[in-house]
Design a protein around this ligand. Structure first.
Ligand code: FES
Length: 434
């Protein structure tokens, strides 16, 4: 079973590239970030082109639960502590701009856009919520402590931010994409200075944006140690109580909930890719306990790139490659962060300043505790002697029994049982066949 979003959003298709072509800005990757970048650049009058290896919105984008909110867990008190109040405020403002932009865009595109309050709840710690509300106040966001009554389990309370939104992502993205210069089934197999070699010929460019979820250029930017991937699972339940709000647990191991039409989208069961976790079993147990009689209408899984410090990497790919840009590490909040990325990259690519660029700069310090965890996992993966091995950098793959796939704990590449590539950063199939 796949996600619900394809059911009522007819796919928009594009031709593959032919012969050798050139563009000022080449965008690699046709997920939400790539499409919004192309949309913004085209509207700014830039000559651009998007190359997608398979079909647009066919990767992580189709598996979102599509919440448009700045309530990214209990993030803001951490941002103030790590970066100071001014930068935390800029982060919040960038998200607010993104929410406003979605509201404007969705006025003229039928994409099930609904204004909703968002809630970050805690099962047992009201103090944490009070601390976050104070932090939100310091960065200019109004939030209240709420006693929620529509969730089926007991909670200690929730941070409520009003006037956020939910929508149907593919309806919006297909509508935007249909007028954009996009090539599908055009896979970049090698990146050279000013030139991408694809399976359909060469594309010459002046500037390059890599929007491939996990960045595919290993030589620069240290992304294999700056990022890891987190896998999570979703059930679409029919017959469960409809929710007015959008919810996420403050705990990383917790649940997320929102309604879409008659379905309740229940997310959770997460774990670092390549490790064990509750997966759909955990969600099914929750559903059986709290939504008795509800049926599973759809189930799917997704994965997110996680940074070292909770802020995405958006901007120049690395100091060594000044004409290459990146958007990654959206931390499970891909809807607003993709819009933030499109705004920043539209400006940077055109040589303009952007007020939020510094906050998201990929060149910021890597000296964070998560760096040691990533380094440990990579060393462990490389030294584990078992087969099969990951073609990205050679770590031992782990079997994922929930999805019958082979997953890499180092950076999150995934493969079918036959070794066919499912998720990057690997760019090729593994070399075994069942
Ligand atoms: Fe990097 Fe597997 S994803 S070694």
């Amino acid at each position: 079973m796949g996600s619900v979003w394809h059911k009522d959003a007819p796919r928009v298709g594009f031709e593959m590239a032919k012969d050798n072509i050139s563009t000022d800005v080449l965008i690699v990757g046709g997920g939400i970030a790539g499409i919004l970048c192309a949309y913004k650049l085209k509207n700014a009058g830039a000559d651009c082109l998007l190359a997608e290896a398979a079909q647009i919105c066919g990767g992580i984008t189709q598996n979102t639960t599509a919440k448009i909110t700045l309530g990214h867990g209990l993030l803001y008190h951490k941002l103030i502590k790590r970066f100071g109040q001014d930068k935390a405020r800029l982060y919040a403002q960038a998200q607010m701009d993104a929410i406003r932009e979605y509201a404007g865009l969705c006025q003229s595109i039928d994409c099930d856009f609904e204004s909703r309050d968002s809630y970050v709840y805690s099962i047992n710690d009201r103090k944490k919520l009070e601390k976050e509300i104070a932090a939100l106040g310091r960065v200019g966001v109004e939030a209240q402590l709420s006693n929620v009554h529509e969730l089926p389990m007991d909670i200690a309370g929730a941070v409520c931010i009003k006037d956020q939104a939910q929508f149907h992502p593919l309806k919006l993205l297909y509508a935007l994409a249909k007028d954009l210069p996009i090539y599908e089934h055009t896979k970049v197999v090698q990146l050279l200075p000013g030139k991408a070699i694809t399976n359909r010929g060469e594309i010459a460019f002046k500037k390059l944006i890599i929007a491939t979820h996990f960045p595919i250029l290993n030589k620069h930017g240290l992304y294999p140690i700056k990022l890891y991937q987190h896998r999570s699972y979703v059930l679409a339940l029919k017959g469960a109580q409809k929710l007015e709000g959008m919810y996420v647990d403050e705990s990383e191991a917790g649940l997320s909930l929102r309604s879409w039409g008659e379905l309740l989208l229940l997310g959770g069961g997460g774990h670092r890719t390549g490790k064990q976790g509750g997966a759909w079993r955990e969600l099914e147990e929750f559903s059986q306990k709290h939504y008795k009689g509800a049926e599973i209408a759809a189930k799917w899984a997704t994965q997110d790139c996680m940074t070292l410090d909770g802020v995405p990497y958006i901007g120049q790919y690395a100091r060594t490659v000044p004409d290459v840009f990146v958007a990654t590490g959206f931390q499970k909040w891909g809807m607003t962060n993709a819009m933030v990325a499109a705004n920043i990259l539209r400006d940077l690519v055109q040589g303009k300043a952007n007020p939020y660029a510094l906050v998201f700069s990929p060149s910021r310090t890597v000296l964070r505790p998560q760096l040691a965890v990533n380094a440990f996992e990579t060393a462990l993966g490389l030294l584990t002697p078992t087969a099969p091995r990951c073609p990205h950098l050679g770590c031992a793959l782990k079997y994922n029994p929930a999805e019958h796939s082979w997953d890499c704990p180092c950076h999150g590449s995934r493969f079918t049982q036959r070794g066919e590539l499912i998720d990057n950063p690997a760019t090729d199939d593994a070399r075994w066949k069942e």
